[in-house]
Each structure stands twice: as structure tokens, then as C-alpha cells.
Design a protein around this ligand. Structure first.
Ligand SMILES: [Zn+2]
Length: 68
């Protein structure tokens, strides 16, 4: 059984550049914990921004709520 990976998609509010990450359950927990939003750093303009987990990765958000 392979590990499930989630697709996290965000876009920078400043330059509009989008970033996609594929993370496993463990990686998401380690990186973001149980917070409802994701902190990202734009690779283009280097600003840090927050995105709702609900928008960045609806699939993870759903599972997160189910496991509570
Ligand atoms: Zn940017």
C-alpha cells in the first residue's frame, strides 16, 4: 500500500505565481500542524503569505475535519 499524497495548490497574492506541492500526511502535519491555514513563501517574490487550507487542499481539509 503506497502512501497517500495530497496536492496543495497556492497562489501568491502579490505576483500571482502559483505553487503546487505534493505532501504525504506526515509531511503536512510536520509542516503545517493542525492549523486551518497554510503559510507559504513565494519562490518568485519571496513574500510570505497565508492561504486557507480549505482552498489550498480541500482533500486534506476534509480528512482533517473527519479525524477530529
Ligand atoms: Zn510572489
Amino acid at each position: 500500500m503506497g502512501k497517500k499524497h495530497y496536492r496543495i495548490e497556492t497562489s501568491c497574492p502579490q505576483c500571482g505565481c502559483s505553487a503546487v506541492s505534493h505532501l504525504s500526511t506526515e509531511e503536512i502535519k510536520e509542516k503545517f500542524g493542525d492549523v486551518p491555514n497554510v503559510e507559504m513563501e513565494c519562490s518568485e517574490c519571496m513574500i510570505k503569505y497565508h492561504t486557507d487550507m480549505e482552498k489550498a487542499c480541500p482533500e486534506w481539509d476534509k480528512e482533517c475535519k473527519m479525524n477530529q
